[in-house]
Design a protein around this ligand. Structure first.
Ligand SMILES: NC(=O)C1=CN([C@@H]2O[C@H](COP(=O)(O)OP(=O)(O)OC[C@H]3O[C@@H](n4cnc5c(N)ncnc54)[C@H](O)[C@@H]3O)[C@@H](O)[C@H]2O)C=CC1
Ligand SMILES: O=C(O)[C@@H]1CCC=N1
Length: 274
């Protein structure tokens, strides 16, 4: 991967996962800077990865070729107002934003009209190198910059480009927020397994190993439809058929669709708020 000086603005969960992925992919720690308001987080990042850390965003951004915006959406304007005022211009810098609900147009305004922006939507499994990220860039962004952003996100998992910016909100619904859907489902299953008499530890093992096995079967069998894998478990007149019938009667597909649309709607609302 091409080496550029990267400054992460915000050193929280997602920045940590990206830093970890880059370091494990052999990216030099000397080319990575991280800023945060929390000195303890910075110290932990410095100790674990050997990256340079800063309490001052300007000090990190000055001299960096790439800025990765990794603060929560509600703090983005505050962080960028100050940075833009002190930097004056972003020049040739590539700006990669991982924030939900902040459009390229809004980012550009916060960056004093800067246009070299790639929006990315990763998810938390990036922490263990199994992330899924959607990327979007305006056609005016140089191909080399898009390639850099893609390589960075591929260091923590898989990537997909979306052709329109609204596609990023669909990525939020389908993968950015989605680890939480699976966790919720697993929570519900583990709770029921406990009610059936398993200990908390046993219930978690039953659920997590099944989720892992099911996901691995999907990955290992790209030629099989998801419905086919489901059918292979579902013996005619058997137990699974009854569980699936119950899910379907209660409108699982509709529930999932409505929830994913709710995530999109919230992302659209956030675009008007931050
Ligand atoms: N958590 C998730 O599953 C995902 C989050 N995102 C996006 O990633 C971004 C970061 O999210 P997380 O890492 O989960 O949040 P986080 O809260 O763990 O990290 C944000 C960090 O920014 C720091 N910060 C706040 N204001 C700052 C400032 N002015 N200058 C420097 N640092 C500042 C905070 O101290 C905090 O450590 C958000 O914009 C979110 O939309 C994107 C995809 C998935
Ligand atoms: O919940 C959120 O807003 C962020 C974006 C995707 C996952 N977490």
């Amino acid at each position: 991967m091409e080496q550029r000086n990267i400054a992460f603005i915000g050193g929280g969960n997602m920045a940590r996962s990206l830093v970890s992925g880059l370091i494990h992919a052999g990216y030099p720690a000397a080319c990575i800077r991280v800023t945060d308001l929390d000195q303890d987080k910075l110290d932990a990042l410095q100790q674990e990865f050997g990256v340079q850390t800063f309490l001052d965003n300007f000090a990190a951004a000055d001299g960096a070729d790439v800025l990765v915006l990794a603060v929560k959406p509600q703090y983005m304007a505050e962080a960028l107002d100050e940075l833009t005022e002190r930097l004056g211009t972003y020049g040739e810098r590539l700006v990669i934003s991982i924030a939900a609900g902040i459009s390229v147009t809004r980012l550009s305004a916060l960056l004093g009209g800067h246009r070299r922006i790639v929006r990315c939507m990763p998810n938390t499994p990036a922490l263990i190198g199994l992330g899924m990220t959607g990327l979007f860039a305006d056609p005016s962004v140089p191909v080399a910059d898009c390639g850099f952003a893609e390589s960075m996100l591929q260091s923590v998992g898989k990537t997909v480009w979306v052709g329109t910016e609204s596609g990023i909100n669909s990525v939020i619904a389908a993968s950015g927020s989605a680890p939480a859907y699976f966790f919720l489902f697993m929570e519900a299953m583990a709770a029921e397994a406990q009610r059936m008499g398993f200990s908390a530890e046993q219930a978690r093992l039953l659920v997590q190993q099944t989720a892992l096995g099911a996901a691995q079967m999907v990955v290992d069998n790209p030629q099989l439809e998801l419905a086919t894998l489901r059918a292979q478990v579902t013996s005619k007149g058997g137990t699974t058929a009854e569980a699936i019938r119950s899910f379907e009667e209660q409108g699982l597909a509709n529930m999932v669709s409505t929830a994913m649309q709710a995530a999109v709607t919230r992302a659209e609302e956030m675009e008007t708020l931050f």
